[in-house]
Design a protein. Structure first.
Length: 226
């Protein structure tokens, strides 16, 4: 760029344009040096690496959704056969194989869903962190006195779609978000690094959708697993 500047300035002077002496010293070379590289060569593909990581995560979700759906279907068929007094011996090895292909984290998400749904069914949500209980009001009252939940749970009964939702969005504070995007005693509370302080005061349900685009940081786990 310095060589280009001096070259253009010289041409303009030859055309009669009066220019003051610039601050940039003249250079002999016409190509950029390695010192001028903003992104090191080893990190030239960092944006592609991020995109590859996201696509890989989505592929993993699709694979786990397929396995969890197969497990539910096999269990349903085995239940019907057992109710009719028929043997399920041929399906048991298949169920064991599908179970072995399910990621432990995906299995835990699906298996814990009844407990999570139960914890959100009351008027308060209780999180215990370092021997301290943090209580959050889960409902509000309208002007007519109607009980309105602050967090609307999905009504999925099919485990595949349930897992897809939990691994891509999930409940406020349950997706891998910056530390502090968790339920607090009176409202959604944030710490430095989470830019949702104002938004979560009026729309806590939006946290799961907004935080998912933030950079993952360690220490942010689902409230029930803390």
């Amino acid at each position: 760029m310095t060589a280009l500047y001096h070259g253009v300035a010289g041409l303009l002077r030859d055309k009669g344009l009066e220019l003051q002496a610039g601050r940039l010293a003249a250079v002999s070379g016409k190509a950029s040096t390695s010192k001028a590289i903003i992104v090191p060569a080893a990190r030239a593909r960092y944006l592609a690496e991020i995109a590859d990581a996201v696509r890989g995560y989505h592929r993993q979700i699709n694979e786990q959704v397929k396995r969890v759906r197969q497990r539910q279907q096999l269990r349903a068929v085995m239940g019907l056969l057992a109710a009719e007094g028929k043997s399920t011996a041929d399906l048991e090895p298949l169920l064991e194989r599908v179970e072995s292909e399910i990621d432990p984290h995906a299995r835990k998400l699906v298996d814990m869903w009844p407990q999570v749904r139960e914890s959100y069914s009351g008027d308060e949500y209780v999180v215990k962190i370092r021997d301290k209980e943090i209580r959050t009001q889960l409902t509000t009252r309208s002007l007519s006195g109607s009980r309105i939940p602050k967090v609307a749970l999905p009504s999925f009964e099919e485990h595949g779609e349930l897992l897809r939702w939990m691994m891509r969005e999930n409940l406020p504070g349950s997706f891998r978000t910056p530390p502090g995007c968790l339920l607090s005693s009176a409202r959604m509370k944030t710490r430095p690094g989470c830019s949702l302080a104002k938004a979560t005061r009026s729309a806590p349900i939006a946290v799961s959708r907004s935080c998912r685009n933030m950079r993952k940081q360690p220490g942010c786990l689902p409230p029930l697993t803390r």
